[in-house]
Write a protein that binds this ligand. Structure first.
Ligand SMILES: [Zn+2]
Ligand SMILES: [Zn+2]
Length: 827
C-alpha cells in the first residue's frame, strides 16, 4: 500500500464497508447515557446530490462523530422528503411514474451519500411517500379535524398556472411561484386549512426561548407571525343607522387625523353600500382589475395607489365628522377587518393615496424642528387631537382605547399577519387527505381502521385539468364510512410541508407500526439537539414543524414544546461569484470530486473554506491544498509508525524542545475543542490541526540531535494520535486507517475525545538579559519558546532600556534565544 500518497480509492470504500457491517452508527436508546440528536434537513430526492448537500451533511457528520467521542449516545438519521412536484413534472415530461422516478433517485442519492462516509444510522431511513409513513399524518389530520384545527373553506388563493396548484403565501416570492418562478394568479377554490393561527401567540412567545437559534431566523419568524396591538371599532355609515364598518388600527392615537376610510375591494359590506346601477358597474370593474393582482403587488410601496370613491360616507366617532369612503387595492380582506381608517399624516401609504386623490392631511404628531418629509412615523407629542393633545403616542393610544371601550364603541385588539396554513394541493404526488363527501352525510372523515388512504399508482398524469386523482373512478367513488351510501373521496393531497413537519419524530422509531412513533423512543430522543439546514427554510418549514409539534403535544403524543433546541443555518456554496447552478455552468459535481480526490478531501474543503454560516466560495486551489495536507499527514504517520508503535503513550519531557512541542499538541486540543463547541468554527479548528502537523514536521527535524529517542518517540506518538483523533470527525476515512496503521484494534470513533492537560499547557519562562551597547541594563521574563521578534519587541519597549537608549538611534538588535538581547545604538 502506498505510503507516499493517501490511497483514498482503496481506503474510503473499505472503511465505509466496515462501519456499515459492524453497525457502528446504529443508535439504540440507552437511559444511562446522555443523548444527542443531530439532524440535517432531509433532502428532496431530485436525482443527484450537489455541493450544498455535501456541505450541510459534512457539517452534521463532524458534529455527530465529535459528540460520540464526547460520550454522547448520538442519533444521526437520514431520509427523503419524497413527495412533491418535480416527480410529477418528470412524469409529465418523460412519462415515468412519479413513484419509479422517486425510488430510482433515492437509490442513486443513497449511494452518493454512502460514498461520503457519513455516520448515519441507515436502519432508520424514512421516505415520506411510503404509505406506512403518511398513514400517520392522515390519522393526525382526522384528530385535527375533530378539534377544529383542520377545516375546509372557500377562499381566494394563490394559484400557480405552471404547477397547476394552490400555493401558500409563504410559497409566493415577489409575486412568483417559489418552485417554478411563474407569476402567481388569484383564484377562489375550496380547500383545507390547518389552524396555525390558534398557535400564533405561543409560536411568537417561544421565539425568545429558542436561544440556540440564529437571531436572523428568529427575526424572520417573528416578522412572519407579525403580531400587532391596536384597537378595533366601528365607523358608522352616514345616513344608514345600524350599519357600521369595523376597522382595525395599530395607531388609535391618530384617530383625529382620520380624513378618509378604505375598504378592501372584495369586502362584503360593499354590496350593501352600493345601490345605484352605475356605481355597481364601477365597483365590479374595479374589483376585476384589482383581483388580477397578487397581494404582494397590491401592497408594493413603489406603485401608484388605485382607488374608487364610493358615494357612501362614514363618520369618525371621535370628531362626529363625515369623511369619504374608498375602495383601494392596498387594503386586503385577509388582514385585520378588511377596512382601515386612513391617517395620511402618520402613514406613508395613506399619505401617497391622499396625495393622489387630493384628500386633506392632518398632522397629529408634532414633528421635530427642521423635519422635512411626508408621513411621520416617529415619536412625538400629540397635536390637533382634541383630548389627546400633549400626550406621548403610547399614552394617547391607551387613552383613545379607553375612550372607545368606555363608550362601548370598540375594544383593544391584537392582530397577526400569520394566516392559516392552506394544505390542499390539486396534485397527484402527495398524501391523500382522508375525507369523503357523502350524498347524505356531507363531509365525513375516513374511519381510522381504513387508514392509510393509499395513493393509487395506476393514474394518468397529463399535467392538464387539475388533480389526476379526479380521473381515477376507483379512487374517487367510495362508500360513506358513516352510512354506507355513495360517497366521493377527496382528491386534494396534502402540502409536502406536512410530511416534513414530523419526520424527525418518525426517526425516533421508524419501523414502529402501532402508531406515529413509539412514545418511549420519542421521549428519549426528542427534542433534536442540533438541527442544520438552509436559511431558505427559516420561515416555511421551521414554523410548520414547530406548529405541528405543538399540536402533537396538545394531542398528548409528545412532551416537548419545541422540536429543535438549536439551529444552524449554513451558507450557500458559490463559485465564480454566484450560487452553483446548471444555468450558470458553475456546478461542481460531488461524484466527480470524490472520484478524483476522495471523500475526505471533499469534506475537508467544504468545512475548511468558510465558517458554516457564511457562504463558501469554491476554488480548485483550496481543494487541492486540502488533498496535499492529507497526503502530508499520511506520509508523516507512515514514516514514524515503527518508531512510535510501541512507545509509551505520554510522558513528561525532560527537554525544552519536548515540552514546547507537547504544549503545542495540547494547545491544539484546546483550540479545536473550543472551535467546535463555540459556534461550530470548523474552519479555524482545521487550521489549528494543520498548524499542529506543521509543528510535527518541525519538531521531527529539530529534535533528532537534541532530544533523546526515549523522549522523542512517546512525544511523537502522542502528537500523531492526537492529530488523528482531532482530524477524525472531519476526515474519518484517513484518520481511521492511520489509527489502525498504528496498531490499534478498535475504531478511532470509539475512542474518547482528547483532553488538554493543564500541566502540558503550562509555559516555562526564562529570564533574558538585555544589554544596551554591551552593558546589562535590564532583565525580562519571557516564555521559553517566545519567537525572537516578540522578545526583541519586549526589550525595546522596556522602560529601563528606553531610558538608556534616550535619543540615540537603534542601529542593530541581536537576540540569543532564551538568554540575551543586545541592542547597539548610534550617536
Ligand atoms: Zn409553480
Ligand atoms: Zn353517509
Amino acid at each position: 500500500m502506498s505510503t507516499d500518497r493517501y490511497p483514498f480509492r482503496d481506503i474510503e470504500p473499505k472503511w465505509q464497508r466496515i462501519w456499515e457491517e459492524s453497525g457502528q452508527f446504529r443508535a439504540v436508546e440507552d437511559a444511562r447515557r446522555p443523548k444527542f440528536y443531530c439532524l440535517e434537513m432531509f433532502p428532496y430526492p431530485s436525482g443527484r446530490i450537489h455541493m450544498g448537500h455535501v456541505r450541510v451533511y459534512a457539517i452534521g457528520d463532524v458534529l455527530a462523530r465529535y459528540k460520540r467521542m464526547r460520550g454522547f449516545n448520538v442519533l444521526h438519521p437520514m431520509g427523503w422528503d419524497a413527495f412533491g412536484l418535480p416527480a410529477e413534472n418528470a412524469a409529465i415530461e418523460h412519462g415515468v411514474h412519479p413513484a419509479i422516478w422517486t425510488h430510482e433517485n433515492i437509490a442513486y442519492m443513497r449511494r452518493q451519500l454512502r460514498k461520503m462516509g457519513l455516520s448515519y444510522d441507515w436502519d432508520r431511513e424514512v421516505a415520506t411517500c411510503d404509505p406506512a409513513y403518511y398513514k400517520w399524518e392522515q390519522l393526525i389530520f382526522i384528530r385535527m379535524l375533530e378539534r377544529g384545527l383542520a377545516y375546509r373553506k372557500r377562499s381566494t388563493v394563490n394559484w400557480c398556472p405552471g404547477c397547476q396548484t394552490v400555493l401558500a403565501n409563504e410559497q409566493v416570492e415577489a409575486g412568483r411561484c417559489w418552485r417554478c418562478d411563474r407569476e402567481v394568479a388569484q383564484r377562489d377554490v375550496d380547500g383545507w386549512f390547518f389552524k396555525i393561527t390558534a398557535y400564533a401567540d405561543e409560536l411568537l412567545e417561544w421565539c425568545d426561548r429558542l436561544t440556540g437559534w440564529p437571531e436572523r431566523v428568529i427575526t424572520m419568524q417573528k416578522n412572519w407571525i407579525g403580531r400587532s396591538e391596536g384597537a378595533e371599532f366601528d365607523l358608522p355609515v352616514a345616513g344608514r343607522p345600524g350599519l357600521g364598518i369595523r376597522v382595525f388600527t395599530t395607531r388609535p392615537d391618530t384617530v383625529f387625523g382620520m380624513t378618509y376610510a378604505v375598504l378592501a375591494p372584495e369586502h362584503p359590506v360593499v354590496d350593501q353600500l352600493v345601490g345605484d346601477p352605475a356605481e355597481r358597474d364601477a365597483v365590479a370593474r374595479f374589483r376585476a382589475e384589482v383581483l388580477r393582482e397578487s397581494e404582494i403587488d397590491r401592497l408594493a410601496a413603489d406603485r401608484p395607489k388605485r382607488g374608487l370613491r364610493l358615494s357612501a360616507r362614514v363618520v369618525n366617532p371621535f370628531t362626529g365628522g363625515e369623511i369619504p369612503l374608498f375602495l383601494a387595492e392596498y387594503v386586503l380582506m385577509t388582514y385585520g377587518t378588511g377596512a382601515i381608517m386612513a391617517v395620511p399624516g402618520e402613514d406613508q401609504r395613506d399619505w401617497d393615496f391622499a396625495k393622489a386623490h387630493e384628500l386633506p392631511i392632518i398632522e397629529t404628531v408634532k414633528r421635530p424642528p427642521g423635519w422635512v418629509g411626508e408621513a411621520y412615523t416617529d415619536e412625538g407629542l400629540k397635536i390637533n387631537s382634541g383630548f389627546l393633545d400633549g400626550l406621548t403616542i403610547q399614552a394617547a393610544k391607551r387613552k383613545a382605547i379607553d375612550w372607545l371601550v368606555g363608550r362601548g364603541l370598540g375594544t383593544a385588539k391584537v392582530n397577526y399577519r400569520l394566516r392559516d396554513w392552506g394544505i390542499s394541493r390539486q396534485r397527484y404526488w402527495g398524501a391523500p387527505i382522508p375525507v369523503l363527501y357523502c350524498e347524505r352525510c356531507g363531509m365525513v372523515p375516513e374511519r381510522e381502521e381504513h387508514l392509510p388512504v393509499v395513493l393509487p399508482e395506476d393514474v394518468q398524469i397529463s399535467g392538464k385539468g387539475g388533480s389526476p386523482l379526479t380521473g381515477h373512478p376507483a379512487f374517487v367513488s367510495a362508500r360513506c364510512p358513516r352510512c354506507g351510501g355513495r360517497a366521493r373521496r377527496e382528491t386534494d393531497t396534502m402540502d409536502t410541508f406536512v410530511e416534513s413537519s414530523w419526520y424527525f419524530l418518525r426517526y425516533c422509531s421508524p419501523h414502529y407500526d402501532a402508531g406515529m412513533f413509539e412514545r418511549s423512543a420519542a421521549e428519549y430522543w426528542m427534542p433534536v439537539d442540533q438541527y442544520i439546514g438552509g436559511v431558505e427554510h427559516a420561515v416555511l418549514h421551521l414554523l410548520y414543524a414547530r406548529f405541528y409539534t405543538k399540536v402533537l403535544r396538545d394531542l398528548g403524543m409528545v412532551k416537548v414544546d419545541e422540536p429543535f433546541t438549536a439551529l444552524l443555518s449554513q451558507g450557500m456554496v458559490i463559485k465564480d461569484g454566484a450560487k452553483m447552478s446548471k444555468s450558470k455552468g458553475n456546478v461542481v459535481d460531488p461524484d466527480e470530486l470524490i472520484r478524483s480526490l476522495g471523500a475526505d478531501t471533499a469534506r475537508l474543503f467544504s468545512l475548511f473554506a468558510a465558517p458554516p454560516e457564511k457562504d463558501l466560495d469554491w476554488n480548485e486551489q483550496g481543494v487541492e491544498g486540502g488533498a496535499r495536507f492529507l497526503n502530508r499527514v499520511w506520509r508523516f504517520v507512515h514514516a514514524h509508525r515503527e518508531e512510535v508503535r510501541d512507545a509509551p503513550r505520554s510522558i513528561v519531557p525532560a527537554t525544552d524542545d519536548g515540552r514546547a512541542f507537547r504544549r503545542v499538541v495540547h494547545e491544539t486540543v484546546r483550540r479545536v475543542t473550543d472551535d467546535i463547541e463555540r459556534d461550530f468554527h470548523f474552519n479555524t479548528a482545521i487550521a489549528a490541526i494543520m498548524e499542529l502537523v506543521n509543528a510535527m514536521y518541525a519538531f521531527e527535524a529539530a529534535s533528532l540531535d537534541r532530544v533523546a529517542a526515549s523522549e522523542r518517540a512517546p512525544v511523537l506518538r502522542e502528537a500523531i494520535e492526537t492529530t488523528l483523533l482531532l482530524l477524525g470527525p472531519f476526515c474519518p476515512h484517513i484518520a481511521e486507517e492511520l489509527w489502525s496503521t498504528l496498531g490499534h484494534g478498535g475504531s478511532l470513533f470509539r475512542e474518547p475525545w482528547p483532553e488538554a492537560e493543564p500541566a502540558a499547557l503550562q509555559r516555562d519562562s526564562v529570564t533574558v538579559v538585555v544589554q544596551v551597547d554591551g552593558k546589562v541594563r535590564s532583565r525580562l521574563t519571557v516564555d521559553v519558546d517566545s519567537p525572537d521578534e516578540d522578545v526583541e519587541r519586549l526589550a525595546l519597549a522596556d522602560e529601563k532600556v528606553t531610558s538608556w537608549i534616550g535619543t540615540r538611534r537603534v542601529a542593530k538588535v541581536v537576540v540569543v534565544p532564551r538568554r540575551l538581547v543586545n541592542i547597539v545604538t548610534r550617536g
